[in-house]
Design a protein around this ligand. Structure first.
Ligand code: EPZ
Length: 430
């Protein structure tokens, strides 16, 4: 049984996408729920003895892994399609093993809720990944300020609380998304008030706070990176619809601009994509924003620009790779400075294999414009890098083969079907 499972897993890893270039793209797409909102909100169910009902959960590998992790702790999860019911009344506190944490860094988010509810937790250190070392020091610093103590024993972080977490004034050294979420999910059950300063302000944080407040928490987010929390003891049952995925939405907007097609991206919250939309308009893209729709129309020609990634509301690092593919087609050169992750240019050599001309010097990528992509065999490295290769392959002359698409499956629902329905010829080969 294990052998078959292993063999199936190995085969999965060999999956590749065959994409024919000069793709057509027509019609519209409705964007599903946000992976980076769904993951912390699923974890927040650990805080409560009552059922958390969730709608608009995306069908992604990371969601499956998170469900598996929570079930390991005894959570009862019922799901049909994008509706989930999670009940954590009977939770057995155990360890989050290296195998699951290695695959999905969001596993570290269980630290805060477990410490708040049980006063102890043991999770494997996440280790690095393709885009950087990604430590959790800011998470631990904040949780310590609430009264937790940690030590590291052979690759595991063991957290303990003497009696109860106590609210405190915490100033993050960097507005880390995960650390803000971890600390928030501990503070909501701590005794007294907590203030988090220099907190991440990504929309997914607001969605988590909205869902926690429906469960009975008392969280107030100001617009200056300050989050005020008053701890509560009881959580009631709640019902929450996950916000739309702004990164998937941004990816399809960029795809339509690259293919220069009339296209509609629906079920989005355009106010969450202001930085992307203003950058695309600065390049000369023809974009019209309605209430929950972004309309892309063909544009005459696009010019290169300079951007840099920064915490929200700045340009999102998760759209940096996709933007780089688009910039290769614009007239004139562009630059991207990556300020969030120390190694998030893994897609550059692969895009160059497809015909881009990009040079990297430290944390800046210099992108030549007016390039023509040509089909090639390429290798995906991390979730967003792999989708930038798909975008380039759609615009290329001839056919491309993208290997290790399991990276893609973590963030994009069956992209060959999603895209296949909209015109491109894209198939998955086992
Ligand atoms: C979240 O990761 C997202 N993941 C990432 O999306 C996203 O790229 C990132 O935020 C930035 O927006 C989820 O929400 C599940 P961070 P997270 O903590 O929380 C350093 C995707 O494609 N740092 O804001 O891990 C860290 O190394 C993924 O969906 C510390 O040094 O991001 C990085 O350089 C990729 N110490 C920077 O801060 C810490 O304790 C930003 O990390 C924590 C972070």
């Amino acid at each position: 049984q294990i052998f078959l499972k292993e063999r199936k897993h190995q085969k999965k890893i060999m999956d590749k996408l065959i994409i024919r270039g000069n793709a057509d793209l027509k019609g519209e797409i409705s964007i599903k729920g946000s992976k980076n909102s769904a993951l912390p909100i699923m974890v927040s169910a650990l805080l409560s003895e009552n059922t958390l009902k969730l709608q608009n959960i995306p069908k992604l590998v990371d969601i499956k892994n998170m469900s598996q992790l929570l079930r390991n702790y005894g959570a009862i999860i019922k799901s049909n399609g994008s509706n989930f019911e999670i009940n954590c009344k009977k939770i057995v506190n155990r360890n989050a093993d290296y195998d699951i944490v290695r695959k999905m860094r969001a596993s570290v988010l269980i630290l805060g809720p477990l410490l708040a509810r049980f006063g102890k937790a043991k999770i494997s250190l996440p280790g690095g990944c393709a885009i950087g070392t990604r430590p959790i020091d800011i998470h631990l610093e904040g949780l310590k300020k609430l009264g937790a103590n940690f030590n590291v024993e052979n690759g595991y972080v063991v957290g303990k609380v003497n009696n109860q977490l106590i609210g405190n004034h915490i100033k993050l050294s960097f507005p880390s998304v995960g650390a803000t979420e971890n600390i928030m999910m501990a503070a909501v059950r701590a005794k007294g008030k907590t203030i988090i300063e220099n907190a991440a302000m990504e929309p997914e944080i607001a969605d988590l706070a909205y869902s926690l407040n429906k469960m009975g928490s008392k969280i107030n987010i100001t617009n200056k990176g300050i989050i005020k929390i008053t701890g509560v003891e009881k959580f009631n049952k709640a019902n929450h619809k996950i916000m739309s995925d702004r990164i998937v939405a941004g990816t399809f907007v960029i795809a339509a601009v690259m293919l220069n097609k009339k296209f509609k991206v629906k079920e989005v919250e355009p106010q969450n994509l202001k930085a992307l939309i203003s950058s695309l308009k600065e390049m000369g893209a023809n974009i019209k924003v309605e209430k929950n729709i972004i309309n892309i129309l063909p544009s005459i020609n696009l010019k290169g620009i300079k951007i840099q990634t920064s915490p929200y509301p700045g340009f999102p690092t998760d759209l940096q790779a996709q933007m780089m593919a688009l910039m290769s087609l614009a007239k004139g050169s562009s630059q991207i400075k990556e300020n969030i992750f120390e190694n998030r240019f893994m897609h550059v050599p692969e895009l160059n294999r497809l015909g881009a001309k990009i040079k990297v010097k430290k944390d800046v990528a210099y992108i030549s414009g007016s390039r023509h992509f040509k089909g090639a065999q390429v290798m995906a490295s991390d979730l967003r890098a792999s989708v930038s290769l798909v975008l380039a392959a759609l615009c290329a002359e001839g056919e491309s083969e993208i290997n290790r698409v399991y990276h893609l499956d973590r963030g994009y629902e069956k992209i060959e079907n999603t895209l296949g329905k909209l015109g491109p010829s894209i198939k998955r080969e086992k």
